[in-house]
Design a protein around this ligand. Structure first.
Ligand SMILES: NC(=O)C1=CN([C@@H]2O[C@H](COP(=O)(O)OP(=O)(O)OC[C@H]3O[C@@H](n4cnc5c(N)ncnc54)[C@H](O)[C@@H]3O)[C@@H](O)[C@H]2O)C=CC1
Ligand SMILES: O=C(O)C(=O)COP(=O)(O)O
Length: 544
């Protein structure tokens, strides 16, 4: 039974969907305290959150059971992504569900700010009829600058165009063509855009780059009387600098849905200012948006836990259950090649690895298959649980470059994965293929071609290609009660007499004595006993 925590308020439809999975037990506890959260996560396989739950490094550290975090919404700035990734936890969000509601909220805030709706309504509540204190601004004909032209920024820009505004935009990742199609005048230089705006609205995520992006200097460069809207994240517009600029009269007003600290601390200046219209992070709080994000988040967690499907992940390549199934044998093959290569290079210092995908495998999600290889390569060396989620990060942390080349053109095999490790002692290459869906084969060790099973206990021995070697080993193992289930021999040249390699798949582990006897054979040049999972073993390194 999987346990899923829900620690922020979630729409009933999402909760019902989660509960409909018989494999899932739902613990609904909105507003859980951080200290309780840390404890509760120890027994949880998944968690569904909104912006209220802070999954900090401290909370996530050491959570070995947790596998998936679903954010019912967009921003994942409340999740410590490096810690989650390092621990192999998948983090997904629901990027589309609240776009329109948030864009509408931004427009509502912009309009209300320009029409003095908040303060005027307050005077009416107080029984006054004050028509002199409130003179607003018309939106039509004004210039609005939109920073961040993603889903919400574009939806805001379209609505501003509908209001007959001139729309300027700044987003390093939007093309000129797309901006032109949308009727947005695109700027590559933010400062050049800022001086033209009557209204400025921000729609970027909160990142190292966007934090404090609109600070004192940029506020001073804006037109006098400019109005500012922030329905993205607190801190993109520096709060102290904004309060100063409003008090000085340079900025005409601001409409804010989000704050650096939520709820803002006692005595917080901005929300007290009459020129500021504020809402408590409400932009996504509509019935429609909440139903959609909750259903999507429930789906993400349930499909991941019950079907391995990775959807909308922000810390790894997304993959559907169907794609995963289609790539499963290649993921398994790559993982086993990683495990084998780690054992063959034991005692050497690995400096990096190269992967080559040829034939059918190149049509599959090779990035993920490469991560499966990396998790095999690293799993013996690290005591952390290495999976396809955190393998790349673990390799990068250790300065271990893993490069890939792919070609859909098949060579001697319909599909082939070749992997080479560069070590302080040179290079070691092995290659594998699949026969059908279930049979994984090792077909190359360095220059030796062969056809060996890639599972269980394997004794690899390098020997002189002369008669009698294989028979002698068989006899020795027979004497020591070691059963051989399969054998493969390969040699470099087509003619006998050179070097050769053999791999015996064994049913039981040979004793030291048996290995010593075999190693002592005059024609055996070297041997190594390696161990791989049995054929068809579950794939825990997927992150399950
Ligand atoms: N107040 C609320 O309830 C809600 C707030 N949000 C916030 O809105 C943000 C935007 O959401 P979406 O549009 O769905 O995300 P998105 O990922 O579609 O768009 C973000 C855009 O910001 C751009 N960007 C990133 N760094 C930038 C930079 N330094 N300068 C300029 N542009 C930059 C990106 O290129 C991207 O186009 C979210 O990250 C979240 O923080 C989202 C939903 C609800
Ligand atoms: O989706 C987002 O990024 C939001 O900010 C919405 O936050 P919420 O889910 O309403 O706490």
């Amino acid at each position: 039974m999987y346990r899923v925590l829900v620690t922020d308020s979630l729409s009933q439809q999402g909760l019902d969907l989660l509960k409909s999975f018989k494999e899932i037990e739902v613990v609904y506890s909105p507003g859980m305290k951080p200290a309780d959260l840390k404890v509760a996560l120890k027994d949880a396989d998944g968690i569904v959150i909104r912006s209220g739950t802070k999954l900090t490094a401290d909370v996530l550290d050491g959570q070995t059971r947790l596998k998936v975090i679903a954010r019912a919404g967009v921003g994942v700035d409340n999740v410590d992504l490096p810690t989650a990734t390092r621990q192999g936890i998948i983090v997904s969000n629901t990027p589309d569900g609240n776009t329109i509601s948030t864009a509408e909220h931004s427009i509502a805030m912009m309009m209300a700010l320009c029409k003095c709706i908040g303060p005027a309504s307050q005077t009416m509540r107080e029984g006054k009829w004050d028509r002199k204190s409130f003179t607003g601004a018309q939106l039509a004909g004004k210039t609005v600058g939109v920073i961040g032209l993603g889903r919400i920024g574009i939806a805001v820009a379209k609505r501003c165009r509908g209001l007959e505004m001139t729309v300027l935009g700044y987003d390093p990742f939007l093309s000129e063509e797309k901006a032109a199609q949308l009727g947005i005048e695109l700027y590559r230089d933010l400062d050049a855009m800022l001086v033209k705006c009557d209204i400025l609205t921000v729609h970027t995520p909160l990142t190292e780059e966007t934090k404090g992006m609109i600070g004192a200097k940029r506020l001073a460069a804006l037109k006098k009387g400019v109005r500012i809207v922030n329905c993205a994240r607190g801190g993109i517009v520096d709060e102290e600098a904004l309060a100063d600029a409003i008090e000085s009269g340079h900025v005409g007003g601001a409409a804010l849905d989000v704050f650096t600290k939520e709820p803002p601390p006692e005595g917080f200046r901005l929300t007290k200012l009459p020129q500021v219209l504020s809402t408590p992070h409400l932009a996504a709080s509509t019935d429609e948006a909440q139903e959609q994000v909750a259903l999507e988040a429930a789906d993400i967690v349930a499909n991941f836990l019950t079907k391995n499907e990775i959807r909308s992940a922000v810390n790894m390549v997304p993959i559907s259950g169907k794609e995963l199934e289609a790539a499963r044998s290649y993921l398994d093959l790559a993982y086993r090649l990683g495990l084998l290569l780690a054992q063959l290079t034991k005692g050497e210092s690995v400096k990096g690895a190269r992967l080559q995908f040829k034939g059918d495998v190149a049509t599959k999600p090779v990035k993920l298959i490469a991560s499966a290889f990396t998790s095999g390569l690293l799993s013996a060396a690290l005591d952390t649980n290495v999976s396809i989620v955190n393998a790349d990060m673990n390799a990068a942390d250790r300065g271990l470059p893993i490069t890939t080349i792919s070609s859909t053109e098949a060579g001697a095999f319909a599909t082939l994965i070749s992997v080479t490790a560069e070590t302080d002692k040179g290079a070691k290459t092995i290659a594998g293929t699949t026969f059908g869906n279930d049979f994984l084969r090792l077909v190359r060790i360095d220059d030796f071609q062969l056809d060996s099973y890639l599972d269980g206990l394997m004794l690899i021995f390098w020997h002189k290609d002369v008669p009698g070697v294989i028979g002698a080993i068989g006899t020795a193992f027979g004497k020591h009660g070691v059963n051989i289930s399969h054998m493969a021999v390969g040699r470099k040249s087509k003619t006998p007499g050179g070097g050769a390699v053999a791999i015996l798949n064994l049913d039981n582990k040979p004793s030291e004595e048996a290995l010593k006897e075999v190693a002592g054979h005059p024609d055996i040049l070297g041997l190594q006993l390696v161990s791989l999972p049995v054929a068809g073993a579950p794939l825990p390194w997927l992150g399950l």
